[in-house]
Design a binder for this molecule. Structure first.
Ligand code: ADP
Ligand code: MG
Length: 586
């Protein structure tokens, strides 16, 4: 049985497997490890994912989606081409690609995965993630919090590091997660977690883009979708360039309408634009440190996530904490590596036998209650306080408030506000109670929060009425039939690989083949054969290689033809695209 670990990130998705005592990253068809979490619908209705899809964000923004992870577990959907997609369906396409890549790498079927999710993901978001995996044909053997996965790998790959407390800050594309972890021998204990599900590098890109428009007196809303996408890309590139020590400034250029607009982004300006984003980071850090018991004696701050590569971020943290943070060796791969180790634990790999990891519940969970009949607004009766170690189960008894009351209705919430109105509603249940005077009848509510971070609720009344539920967004709770339909829908859409045939190159090669009659024809024939063979085998790397080879041939022969005075006479190599009658080269 193969279980893989998957980091399903806002910007990048990675997969990892535990083999021969190592966490091994799984290469994608592009020859790298980071698959862009982007989906694009081609004109023929097929789907592409990864880098090619992200590129199409520039040319076909109306057919392409990225950064949809922030909408997981919500009602959001998007129209690409002519079809509507939900975030979990978009995720499913990327997961399907990852599954294929893993099967190719392992040469065996892969049906199970450990998937990491932001610690701050609520039940709806977790269930949506599970659904995405199911749609892609993957059973989720465990959902693990991203910072916990990072902590596991950090500890596992630094076995000689001293025991003690670490603070792990994961600053990615769309989410920020902070966790305080205590390591002792092989025990990795997560002490507390804080986070923000809508904060990351994307916000910095947006701030740069906004500033660009302000200084250039452009209205962001007046830009075409293509211009907007180009600006965001330029902003991201300029930001990333400034992470290189030798780069002090980076020029952003945007042709829009008749004009070209510009902005020179330097470190100082970047730091200024990052300020509001970093203020929000600070808030999350403070929240983590407010847990005094967990925060006492932290030895080291470890940075992970792509955005933690920014020197301006290091400066900000250093100033805030009076200590230079450590950047993890592979900041954008460590969560996947950790998920890979966890997959190895699930596979019961011997080398991982003694690793123990405990995790916590990142938020408080409770029931809406009234203290008395005159209470106006319901408040939280917390059953599971935040930072409780998982799995955890607590129960509480609630009594009737009125004489003759026939039902007790419970609404379940997550959050830290006193009044439930400030918290997130997860679901509700109603039970019958025997009629009686106020306070004589009751119901017992049991909350169980499992290691996947999913809440199960059971309610039993004094009359013996029993109800149970797993908290799910009702919109995600599909019946078997609906699930089957959704899977069929997803599976009916063909996934194309990144290796689209370069039609222009192909046409040029065919036309040259037609034209050339010597050993050059034989060379082209071989090149075309390789190219088509790799296409048929859906071997993306081989397609790339064959494409390079064919391109070289085409360029060389075109060059030769253009130097051939005879060929020039007929305009060969000059008006390549023109459909002229050409003579044989014999
Ligand atoms: P996620 O886990 O959300 O998929 P990652 O950890 O892969 O995200 O990080 C992606 C984010 O990191 C993006 O916002 C990207 O712009 C940013 N990023 C990646 N490399 C760099 C870099 N060298 N400098 C600054 N930001 C970077
Ligand atoms: Mg991440």
């Amino acid at each position: 049985m193969n279980i893989i670990g998957i980091d399903l990130g806002t910007s990048n998705t990675l997969a990892c497997v535990f083999r021969n005592g190592e966490a091994v990253l799984i290469p994608n068809g592009e020859g790298g490890y980071l698959t862009k979490s982007a989906v694009s619908v081609m004109e023929d209705g097929t789907i592409i994912t990864g880098r090619a899809a992200k590129e199409r964000l520039l040319t076909h923004p109306d057919r392409t989606a990225a950064s949809y992870k922030v909408f997981m577990g919500t009602e959001w959907d998007t129209c690409l081409g002519q079809q509507y997609f939900k975030p979990e369906e978009l995720s499913a396409f990327v997961l399907r690609q990852i599954k294929q890549d893993a099967e190719k790498f392992l040469q065996e079927p892969v049906e199970e995965a450990v998937i990491s999710v932001p610690a701050y993901f609520n039940d709806n978001q977790r269930c949506a993630t599970k659904l995405a995996a199911q749609l892609a044909g993957l059973k989720v053997s465990r959902l693990i919090n991203e910072p916990s996965a990072a902590a596991v790998y950090y500890r596992w790959s630094n076995p000689d590091a001293e025991d003690g407390k670490l603070m792990i800050v994961d600053f990615g594309g769309g989410t920020l997660d902070v966790s305080i972890v205590e390591c002792f021998d092989n025990i990795i204990e997560i002490l507390c977690i804080a986070g923000d599900n809508h904060l990351g590098g994307d916000d910095i890109d947006a701030a740069i883009a906004k500033h660009f428009c302000e200084v250039n007196h452009l209205s962001q809303t007046a830009l075409t979708p293509e211009e907007k996408a180009a600006l965001m890309r330029q902003a991201e590139n300029a930001k990333t360039a400034l992470s290189e020590p030798e780069t002090d400034s980076s020029l952003i250029k945007l042709p829009a309408g008749e004009k070209e607009y510009m902005l020179n982004l330097d470190r100082e300006l970047l730091a200024k634009l990052c300020e509001p984003v970093f203020k929000r980071v600070e808030k999350v850090l403070r929240r983590a440190l407010e847990n005094k018991k967990a925060a006492r004696g932290i030895r080291r701050v470890v940075l992970v996530g792509g955005s933690s590569r920014m020197p301006v971020f290091h400066d900000f943290l250093e100033k805030l904490m009076s200590a230079r943070p450590v950047i993890a060796a592979d900041p954008d791969k460590i969560v996947a590596l950790g998920a890979g180790v966890c997959a190895g634990i699930k596979e019961r790999r011997e080398e991982l036998q003694d690793i123990v990891m405990t995790d916590v519940c990142p938020f408080s969970l409770g029931v809406a209650t009234y203290n008395s009949q005159i209470d106006r607004e319901p408040h939280m009766a917390v059953l599971i306080p935040r930072s409780s170690m998982l799995p955890v189960s607590h129960s509480s008894r609630f009594y009737t408030l009125h004489d003759g009351q026939e039902h007790l209705r419970f609404e379940f919430y997550q959050g830290e506000d006193y009044f439930v109105s400030g918290n997130l509603k997860l679901g509700e249940l109603k039970v019958r109670v025997p009629r009686g005077i106020a306070g004589s009848q009751w119901a017992e509510v049991v909350f169980t929060y499992d290691i996947n971070g999913i809440l199960h609720v059971g309610v039993e009344s004094s009359g013996g009425d029993k109800r149970e539920t797993v908290i799910l967004n009702p919109n995600l709770h599909l019946t078997d039939e609906e699930m089957k339909e959704a899977m069929e829908r997803i599976n009916s859409i063909r996934l194309t690989t990144e290796a689209h045939r370069d039609e222009q190159l192909f046409a040029q090669a065919l036309s040259l083949y037609e034209r050339l009659g010597d050993e050059r024809r034989a060379a082209l024939s071989r090149g075309l054969e390789l190219y088509c063979g790799a296409q048929d085998a859906q071997d993306i790397i081989a397609v790339r290689r064959a494409e390079e080879y064919l391109k070289e041939l085409v360029e060389r022969f075109r060059e030769e033809l253009s130097q051939d005075p005879f060929a020039q006479l007929y305009g060969l190599g000059m008006d390549w695209d023109e459909d002229t009658e050409e003579p044989e080269d014999e």
